[in-house]
Design a protein around this ligand. Structure first.
Ligand SMILES: Cc1cc2nc3c(=O)[nH]c(=O)nc-3n(C[C@H](O)[C@H](O)[C@H](O)COP(=O)(O)O)c2cc1C
Length: 188
């Protein structure tokens, strides 16, 4: 089973990155493989104009890094949306990736490629309110439902400063456990 972790934070070595590392440790412990994709390193533009007829849509910005990254994500059994809460939502890097789905809205390589995949979320945030991660987890759950994917769960934490999650070993354990569970779920 292979996991792709889409990293929405531009901070390498930050909290999202640390959660992703722990998640992938769990994947490896269960015999899976995985990779991180730093969306901020890629040229993925916000979606351009799309037509009103889904089947006739064209990705007018299809000459950037998007399609190859989408195909990398589609090749995974487990797709992880790892994004800090940024202003009551996912980061712009993550949102640009997700919005571009709409340029391929009814194309079978997307709809069938997503079907049955295991989705999960990793969500650090600065606000002390433990409920705050919902700004990211609720959309990810809806995306899973839209694509007939399986939402395995999330790990979130209150961590503002860079790498602060490293002082919360129980949270890293939760991320490892989620990684293990995702491999089990994907293996059926
Ligand atoms: C542009 C920006 C917006 C943010 N908005 C929020 C927010 O709305 N709520 C919150 O709890 N934390 C917010 N934060 C804090 C980050 O979620 C927090 O620092 C997180 O740990 C960053 O993850 P990282 O270390 O992977 O970059 C924001 C940080 C930035 C840079």
């Amino acid at each position: 089973m292979h996991a792709v972790v889409l990293i929405g934070s531009p901070r390498k070595g930050g909290n999202t990155d640390c959660l992703a590392d722990a998640f992938l440790e769990g994947v490896a412990a269960e015999g899976g493989t995985g990779e991180k994709v730093y969306l901020d390193d890629l040229r993925i533009r916000p979606i351009g104009e799309v037509g009103d007829t889904y089947a006739e849509r064209v990705d007018v910005r299809g000459d950037d890094d998007y399609l190859v990254t989408l195909k990398q994500a589609l090749a995974a059994d487990i797709l992880v949306f790892a994004s800090p809460v940024y202003w009551q939502g996912v980061s712009a890097q993550m949102k640009a990736f997700v919005d571009r789905w709409s340029a391929y809205y009814v194309q079978p390589f997307l709809t069938e490629g997503m079907r049955g995949k295991v989705f999960a979320a990793l969500v650090p945030h600065g606000a002390p309110d433990l409920d705050h991660a919902r700004w990211v987890t609720e959309p990810v759950k809806v995306w899973a439902s839209h694509f007939h994917a399986v939402y395995a769960g999330e790990v979130s934490c209150v961590a503002g400063a860079k790498g602060a999650v490293c002082d919360q070993p129980h949270v890293l354990d939760q991320a490892r456990e989620l990684g293990r569970r995702c491999v089990e779920l994907a293996a059926g």
